[in-house]
Design a protein around this ligand. Structure first.
Ligand code: SAM
Length: 340
C-alpha cells in the first residue's frame, strides 16, 4: 500500500485573531467593495482544502482582506503567494502575515483592482505546463467580492479561451466563492431551472464543480444571501471550438427569452427582414427542435447551434455585426416626424 503523503505544514507564530485584526486596524467593512469577512477558521480551511494539494504551488488570492483565507493558504506551504487587494487599508495586516512566513513563502502584495491586474506578471516562468498536460501548480483562490464576481468570471473565461493571463501557464485551477444563486447557475445542467447563459459559458470552457454552501451568517457583516464554493478546471478541449465572443453572442441571444421557444431568442441574431428564415436555417443545420426552450438545450446542442450560426455567418458575413440591442438608427427620425 502506498504510504500516505505527509503534508508540509507551515506553523505561523502566534498572531492576533482575524476579529482582533479588524478591531486593531479599525477595518470597518465597506459595502461598496462587497466586504464580508469570513471569521470561522474551520470554514476557511474547508475552502482552502477544496483547492486540493497546494504545497509548493503558486497561489493567487483575490481580495484577501484582513487575511483569514491567506493564513490558511500559507499553512499549506505554497511556494509563492500573490495577493491582490483593492482596499489599501488591509495592506499592513497582510504585511504582518508576509513577515510571519518570510523565508518559507514568497509573498507579493499588490494593491490593485483584480479587473485590471495582470496576474501573469507575477508568475514565475518555470510553472508553465503544456495545455494538454495535467493542470500546472498554480491555483486561483478567492472569497470574491459579489460586486465583481460575475464580470470577473466572464473575463477569466475569455482569457481561458485564449490561453492568456494565468492560463498562459496551463490549465490553472480556480476555487472561488459566489452568491449561492450564481454558483448554482454556473453548475446548472440541462433541465435545471437555474440554467442560463452563465451555465453554458462556464461549462463550455471548464469542468465546474459545486463544492458546498456557506451560510451568510458565517460572514461579518452578514450578507443578505448565502454563498456557494465552486471549483473550475479548464477543459483540455472546449466544448465549442469557436471564438469566445461569438459563443457569448449566440448563447446570450438564445437565453434572452427564457420562457419562450428558444428559436425566438435565436431570431434576434439576425436583422428583422431575414430573422425567421435564418433562425430556422440555423436550427435545421444544428438539428435542434425549434420549440425547445433554452434550458432544455444541452451543452453539445449549443455547440451545434453555434457552429450552425458560424456557417451562416460565413455565407452572409454582413449579419455578423448585427446587434439586436443597438438603437435603431432610422426609427428615431420617423417617430419624431409622426409625433409632430
Ligand atoms: N478574503 C477575505 C475573507 O474571506 O474574509 C475578504 C473577502 S471580501 C468578500 C472581498 C474582498 O475583496 C475585500 O477585501 C475587498 O476589499 C476586496 N475587493 C473588492 N473589490 C475588489 C477588486 N475589484 N479587486 C481586488 N479586490 C477587491
Amino acid at each position: 500500500m502506498a504510504a500516505a503523503r505527509k503534508a508540509l505544514n507551515i506553523r505561523l507564530p502566534p498572531l492576533p485573531s482575524i476579529k482582533d485584526v479588524i478591531r486593531l486596524y479599525k477595518l470597518r467593512a465597506l459595502r461598496e467593495l462587497s466586504q464580508n469577512f469570513l471569521m470561522e477558521p474551520r470554514l476557511i480551511d474547508k475552502i482552502v482544502r477544496a483547492a486540493g494539494n497546494i504545497e509548493n504551488h503558486v497561489v493567487c488570492e483575490v481580495g484577501p482582506g484582513p487575511g483569514g483565507i491567506t493564513r490558511s493558504i500559507i499553512q499549506q506551504a505554497p511556494r509563492k503567494l500573490i495577493l491582490i487587494e483593492k482596499d489599501p487599508r488591509f495592506i499592513p495586516s497582510l504585511e504582518l502575515l508576509a513577515d510571519a512566513c518570510r523565508d518559507k513563502v514568497d509573498v507579493d502584495i499588490i494593491t490593485g483592482d483584480i479587473l485590471s491586474t495582470d496576474i501573469a506578471n507575477f508568475m514565475p516562468a518555470d510553472v508553465k505546463t503544456d495545455w494538454l498536460d495535467s493542470p500546472p501548480p498554480v491555483n486561483l483562490i478567492g472569497n470574491l467580492p459579489f460586486s465583481v464576481s460575475t464580470i470577473l468570471m466572464i473575463r477569466w473565461l475569455e482569457m481561458i479561451s485564449k490561453q492568456e493571463g494565468p492560463w498562459a501557464f496551463g490549465r490553472a485551477r480556480m476555487t472561488l466563492t459566489f452568491q449561492k444563486e450564481v454558483a448554482e447557475r454556473m453548475a446548472a445542467r440541462i433541465l435545471d431551472s437555474q440554467r442560463c447563459r452563465l451555465s453554458v459559458m462556464c461549462q463550455t470552457w471548464c469542468n465546474v464543480n459545486y463544492k458546498f454552501d456557506i451560510s451568510g451568517s458565517a460572514f461579518l457583516p452578514k450578507p443578505d444571501v448565502d454563498v456557494g464554493v465552486v471549483t473550475l478546471t479548464p477543459l483540455k478541449q472546449p466544448l465549442i471550438k469557436l471564438p469566445f465572443k461569438m459563443v457569448e453572442k449566440v448563447v446570450r441571444q438564445i437565453f434572452s427569452m427564457r420562457r419562450k421557444y428558444s428559436i425566438r431568442g435565436a431570431q434576434t441574431l439576425f436583422p428583422e427582414e431575414v430573422r425567421e428564415e435564418m433562425a430556422l436555417k440555423m436550427y435545421q443545420l444544428a438539428d435542434i427542435d425549434p420549440v425547445t426552450r433554452p434550458y432544455q438545450i444541452a451543452n453539445m446542442e449549443f455547440a451545434r447551434l453555434c457552429e450552425a450560426y458560424n456557417e451562416i455567418i460565413k455565407k452572409y458575413p454582413e449579419f455578423e455585426s448585427y446587434d439586436y440591442r443597438a438603437p435603431k438608427k432610422d426609427k428615431q427620425p420617423q417617430e419624431a416626424i409622426e409625433e409632430k
